[in-house]
Design a protein around this ligand. Structure first.
Ligand code: ADP
Ligand code: MG
Length: 401
């Protein structure tokens, strides 16, 4: 689960980490009021920050400096309800509904610091870079040597020499070097206590006065552990989540939307991953990850088809089922029943293998539905990719399936 920057900063603050003062506002009037508190009190400008679940807001116009409350009001009018399109949101963007008004900080230098899980050492890893502020993915590609990774034991916690290594990686000295260990220790503590999957501070800044301050914060949580953190669960903002993913969750479907053109309905996460890889191999891209699980009922399959078909990027659907516990005849019946309820507007390719496969294929055959059957997985993927290409080349309103 993701949360907003303002919520992440409240958590950091509760853990004793240095964050600038901020006030959340949802209307231009409230933004003006908030700006007045900062500008009047500290005699400084303030920064308006669009609260959406996405990074890259600065470059997309979601972070603006205001020198006066009036200017803050004008900027807020433009920012609220605007569609913010960042590198991470995709072309559909995200609607800005909340603004964090925060004090403008005199920044001397920006750093990157994050804590995440590390499978290799079965613990955590602290990732640091002296090139903060900009996209870390870009730095990782172009200058991997400028990124330091420090594995940390989840049991023993952060050691002093690891903190020294971190301060060195950022090139810190003086007061700031003394402040860093406390920040890292609290990040690790927060990560473990709240079952996070990522805490990213980008940028962590060195102020002109020589102190460290968390200027941006992103915290993600492990969904499987949310049941033991009611205080974190309440931070969920359904408006920020993909409606298709929320719908899928209602039916117990493990669905994640991606940006490709081949809709996938698969049983088992491993097979679903392999299917996605094979789609890429044959030159197309998966529109989603979807694991219907081991006990797909007709309702589940119908819901899955509805979700896939409501995605306008989907040009063909590929059903890839290996019947182990799940029987192929049951899934075939599910597909036929689902096709009666939802209109199939794109080509449907089905690959069935495993328990009761002959009966499953016979049911599909007898249904009279325009289903393209596949003999094996590669055949299925190839047929789905071809069907999508063919559907795309048809003129608007042409026959599709
Ligand atoms: P995003 O990562 O979504 O682009 P950030 O919060 O990191 O958003 O803001 C982008 C940039 O804007 C930062 O790298 C920093 O240079 C500047 N910035 C953000 N908040 C402030 C602030 N309170 N004072 C001064 N500059 C800021
Ligand atoms: Mg940032």
């Amino acid at each position: 689960m993701k949360i907003h920057e303002y919520q992440a900063k409240e958590l950091l603050k509760a853990y004793g980490m240095p964050v600038p003062g901020g006030i959340l506002a949802q209307s231009p009037e409230k933004v003006v009021e908030a700006a007045r508190t900062f500008i009047g009190r500290i005699g400084k400008a303030c920064v308006l920050k669009a609260q959406v679940h996405s990074g890259g807001r600065g470059k997309a116009g979601g972070v603006k400096l205001a020198q006066s409350p009036e200017e803050a009001g004008r900027l807020a009018k433009d920012m609220l309800d605007m569609k913010l399109v960042t590198k991470q949101t995709g072309p559909e963007g995200k609607i800005v509904r909340k603004i964090l008004v925060t004090e403008a900080v005199d920044v001397a230098k920006e750093y990157y610091v994050s804590v995440t899980g590390d499978n290799e050492n079965a613990g955590l890893v602290i990732v640091l870079s002296a090139d903060g502020g900009t996209e870390i993915e870009e730095t990782a590609k172009v200058h991997p040597e400028r990124i330091e990774q420090i594995p940390v034991s989840a049991i023993e916690g952060l050691k002093s020499y690891e903190c020294v290594r971190a301060a060195k990686a950022l090139g810190l000295s003086g007061e700031a070097a003394k402040e860093l260990p406390g920040i890292l220790r609290q990040m690790v503590r927060l990560y473990l206590e709240k079952d996070c999957s990522l805490i990213e501070i980008n940028p962590l800044v060195l102020t002109k006065e020589g102190h460290l301050l968390c200027l941006d914060a992103k915290i993600n949580f492990d969904d499987n552990a949310l049941f033991r953190h009611p205080d974190i669960s309440v931070l969920r903002d359904p408006m920020e989540e993909d409606p298709k993913e929320n719908e899928a969750a209602k039916f117990g479907l493990n669905y994640i939307r991606l940006d490709g053109n081949i809709g996938c309905l698969v049983n088992g996460a491993g097979l679903a991953m392999a299917t996605m890889d094979m789609i890429e191999h044959f030159g197309a891209r998966p529109a989603n990850f979807l694991d219907v699980g081991g006990s797909a009922s007709v309702e589940k399959v119908t819901a899955a088809f509805e979700i896939l078909l409501s995605d306008s990027h989907v040009e063909a659907i590929l059903v890839n089922i290996f019947g182990g516990i799940m029987k192929c005849d049951v899934i075939a019946e599910g597909i036929v029943e689902a096709a009666k309820v939802v209109e199939l507007t794109v080509p449907l390719v089905v690959r069935l293998e495993g328990t009761h496969v002959d009966e499953g294929r016979r049911i599909l055959e007898a249904s009279g539905l325009p289903i393209i059957q596949a003999s094996d997985m590669a055949d299925g993927v190839k047929k789905a990719v071809e069907a999508a290409e063919k559907a795309r080349s048809l003129p608007e309103g042409g026959e599709r399936a």
